[in-house]
Ligand binder design. Structure first.
Ligand code: HEC
Length: 179
């Protein structure tokens, strides 16, 4: 008796499983192509949308790049880019920032950061990209890059870095641009 009940139970479970599995299967009649796709009439040619050009630092003059930066720092620019790069080690910048465009989550990448700074300065109505970089270092909480949180980047760099350090760091960061 117990055995028969067991078989009955097994068969019913099996049937229910089949119904559940078949309900989950994709509908082969479903339209896979997006309904938003444009169907071209005969004779029409496809014009791809023009991507918004990314702002580039290469098109700017030195005055435009350095506009708004404290005069004491401007006076030391161009600084020593190699020394600027060296400073990123003891000050631990590279503990959080990377210079390639791989996926990162600790801090925004420095990949083409000079070009990025041009766009951010425009958005924030700052005088120029060097000023944006300077503010990001000396006062990180003034503007928080989208997707990141405040109070992660140390707030001590305005004290820890001399004007010469700042000039060298900025000179280095301004070299990180598209070819
Ligand atoms: C503990 C991690 C950490 C360290 C160390 C750090 N940063 Fe950052 N940094 C961040 C984070 C997080 C952000 C994004 C949030 C914000 O805008 O403040 C950021 C933002 C920036 C930005 C703006 C980037 C952009 O895409 O607009 C610059 C420039 C920058 N940091 C430079 C530096 C420099 C230079 C140093 C070293 C002197 C440094 N950071 C050290 C975490 C760090």
């Amino acid at each position: 008796m117990v055995r028969r009940k067991f078989y009955l139970f097994a068969i019913v479970s099996f049937l229910i499983a089949i119904v559940v599995v078949s309900a989950c299967a994709p509908n082969p009649r479903l339209q896979l192509i997006s309904p938003n796709m444009v169907v071209l009439a005969e004779g029409e040619t496809f014009v791809p949308p023009t991507p918004t050009p990314r702002p580039r630092i290469a098109g700017l003059s030195d005055e435009e790049i350095l506009a708004g930066l404290p005069q004491a720092v401007v006076a030391l620019i161009p600084g020593d880019a190699a020394r600027g790069l060296d400073l990123t080690v003891p000050h631990n910048c590279i503990g959080c920032h990377v210079t390639d465009n791989s996926l990162v989550d600790v801090a925004p990448t420095w990949f083409e950061i000079a070009d990025t700074a041009v766009g951010r300065a425009e958005q924030l109505a700052l005088a120029g990209p060097a000023l944006y970089l300077y503010n990001s270092i000396t006062n990180p909480n003034e503007h928080i890059v989208g997707g990141y949180t405040s109070d992660v980047m140390p707030l001590t760099y305005s004290e820890d870095l001399s004007n010469q350090d700042m000039a060298d760091l900025l000179t280095y960061l301004l070299t990180l641009r598209a070819e």
